[in-house]
Design a protein around this ligand. Sequence first.
Ligand code: P53
Length: 473
Amino acid sequence: MSFPKNFLWGGATAANQCEGAYRDDGKGLSLVDILPTASEDRQYALFHPKEAEKKNYQYYPSHESIDFYHHYKEDIKLFAEMGYRVFRMSLSWPRIFPNGDDNEPNEAGLKFYDDVFAECRKYKIEPLVTLNHFDTPLALFDKYNGWSNRSLIELYVKYCKTVLERYQGQVHYWLTFNEINMILHIPFLGGGMDVNRAENAEQLKYQAAHHQLVASALVTKLAHEIDPENKVGCMLAAGQTYPYTCAPEDVFAAMQADREGYFFIDVQARGYYPSYAKRIFENKQVKIKMAEDDKQILRKNTVDFISFSYYSSRLTSTDPKVNSKTADNIFDSLKNPYLKTSSWGWQTDALGLRITMNQIYDRYQKPLFVVENGLGEKDVLTEEHEVHDEYRIAYLRENIKEMGEAIADGVECWGYTSWGCIDLVSAGSGEMSKRYGYIYVDRDDQGKGTQKRYKKDSFSWYAEVIASNGQLL
Ligand code: P53
């Protein structure tokens, strides 16, 4: 098994889960800044954001997080020590436009990312930048109900134009929206909106999705105009859906479940709504309002590559008696008896990554980029400040091996950035204790800890993987 010579190995983070400094240097509030920690409260807040906004929760994990804002030099140095060639990160929109609709950008926010990119350049690490990763400015939720409102297109394009121009030459890889299909599953994080009071929540979600798809195409166009060397990708929360049995009904249900996500990528990669969308819209009584040239915009501005997150496969059945679900998974998935399950109920399926990559590549024939993959687990910091995370190494080893197999199958793949390369706040649960990193951060679910960084066993393991270009796993 061999990886391409210039394969981009690295790690991934998102501003909303690691920066902290939630009010520093003029930053406005982002969606996550009103979300508490602890599963129950968090789940309630994610799906009742209007109510959550009025609450006074005891602790908001995003406010300080791991304080990447003040530790970025130290952290990027550690990434360089592992040999990263790419660092996936995101820009915080409310750090740059605090209210989302300000006339002028916040210079201090822009300056912060200049500094981060300079630090990356120092170590020849290529930044891969997500423009919107679950952190639309909270003010746009209040004022417009987020992406349900068409005005968001213009505001987002303005923000993107500002950063594409500012960082021209410093960044060459861009992702327009993190896990764009998440808008159907967590409309608050994905679309900055509350769907509870809508007459037809599906209408609101798909209308918002349309706005994001048009915005993504407009930004793809802009990025190419500003710098022809820019590569723009879409981003899917992926994971092949398996049928529980070989009953044709189950197979059909699995295909339909995958189409829910492929719907977005079909538009972004092919440039038009897939023919099956018509029937989905009829069933859900959805009517998309389009502006005159929307179709043209989508048609002319498809993405250069396809990125995705992969944690596990999913499983579906049409038999109501088959109902053992995996815990804590935003995607409705049944428990697959052939797979191991993490402490958070997520299942490990390395071969599923190979299947998913082949499937996506067959469908689009565009280069792939694995931008999230990893295992969230409880880690123990020993008295010697060591973390023996052999379970994480095992997960990553198997997944990377299968990614290599997919490449050997003929899939073109540009790179791999494992999720949460340094411990950060979980998007789903708000916990720090759900750790993904090669680097342990001393901070707990109540916000206590020194914020000191420690290398886990997986740190030196991954450094070897990179140094050997995937040969030593
Ligand atoms: P956490 C659910 C299912 C699949 C991917 O998730 C998801 C989610 C949201 O929880 O999100 C992605 O932190 C996302 C990251 C997130 C990561 O998966 O809940 O892009 O922001 O942290 C892992 O364990």
